[in-house]
Design a protein around this ligand. Sequence first.
Ligand SMILES: *Cc1c(COP(=O)(O)O)cnc(C)c1O
Length: 494
Amino acid sequence: MKYKSTRSKTPALSSSEAIIRGIAADGGLYVPMEIPMIDRSLEDLSYMSYKDLAYYIMSKYLTDFDEEELRACIAAAYNEKFDTPLIAPLVEKAGVHFLELYHGPTLAFKDMALSILPQLLKTSMAMQNIDQQVVILTATSGDTGKAALEGFADVEGTKILVFFPQNGVSRIQKLQMLTQEGVNTFVAAIEGNFDDAQNAVKSIFNDKQLVEELSKKGYILSSANSINIGRLIPQIVYYFYGYLTLLREGKITQGQEINVVVPTGNFGNILAAYYAKKMGLPIGKLLCASNENNVLYDFIHTGTYDRQRDLRLTSSPSMDILISSNLERLLYEISGQDDVLVNQLMQKLSTEGIYEITNSMKEKLMDFYGDYSSEAEVFEAIKQLYQDENYIIDTHTAVAYSVYQKYRKKTGDATPTIIASTASPFKFGKDVSRAIGLDIADLDDFDILEKLAAAAKVKLPNSVSELKTKPILHHSLAQKHEIKAVVEGFLGGK
Ligand SMILES: *Cc1c(COP(=O)(O)O)cnc(C)c1O
């Protein structure tokens, strides 16, 4: 399996090379030359553990890893850091299946990929005989940052710098990052929103002079953002796992179609579901659920992507995004792998803030259904599910659940459905508590979470309760234009 850029006919790379580089020199994203098909029956696969399934799926993409290497990566990632050996349990509530992707160390689905990426990267470096230090530079709207820090902390041969928008993450998210341990970690708040932070990080990757300068010092830059193909591939696994769980439990028959609903921001998670479908997993509709930042909803309905609008800060901050980077990989697929066209569209997006896809591409968007939820709908969805089922979902998952309910009402489509449940409710405890009607006036963040845990009749996860007493280790606040100096500063004293 070889990889190329979405934007030009660059030489084909092996998976380890693509993982090391993160983003292509032309600004494009690495994509597999073709999407591999599964070659075993779904029933066969349904008896596999999460780890064995992960090996089966990932080995189709990471063909330059030998079995021992890939299995070692998987074993180091999906271990007791997860609070259940199932890794991604499926829970049926109110007639729909919640695929709980938040049982990892940072309580959000980013752990599914970011616990394995450092392992893949370390192995790739060894495979390519590179003895430079990998510097992970990442912009986060909240969850990526912590999950990346957790994955990379004290991993030999790596350093990690994380930038987050000062006012775009929850207090718990902020504390999770600012208390991060590990000598190779650096965290800074950026004045501005997520797109500002992401653009600042991108500008560093595109700064050839800086990249060269760092290379002389023995550093190579890479990204832990969902643009790294080494993050996307592990995400395909849990869509198979969700389907196979339904099959194993007799809730569907082999080959029966399911729908999938994904609360979407950067388009990585739903793209993984699309790849799973292309690999042969019987998925009917892919429901792309947005919050009030409904760029993708407009795009799916009109074929025009228009980022020219104000970013809204919502209760689902990890989806407060105007440029969904991974959409570029979908454009590549639905254009028939037309890198020239994708390059044009991406240039238009960067210069004019808007582009329109061709009619034949629009037809291929039929696999997707797009909708969005207002803040009021999100709160209502959380409340309703709690009242009916005593089951608590976070604000991001609630965006998806609300979109699902509206879809079902509108179309009558009763296809069995999996909702990607992307964060623990305790990560966004304040809004969740308000939604279910808890009186939280005058309570501090941690007391709120205790109260929420009591209402849900579950124990507050350790990784949250310990934040209360952990010391703050990172204190930097930077402006967008200062990011280059900050990076040089951290790396300067090697
Ligand atoms: C990142 C994130 C999302 C959005 O996922 P994308 O892959 O960026 O579309 C949704 N929910 C939560 C909790 C997240 O952390």
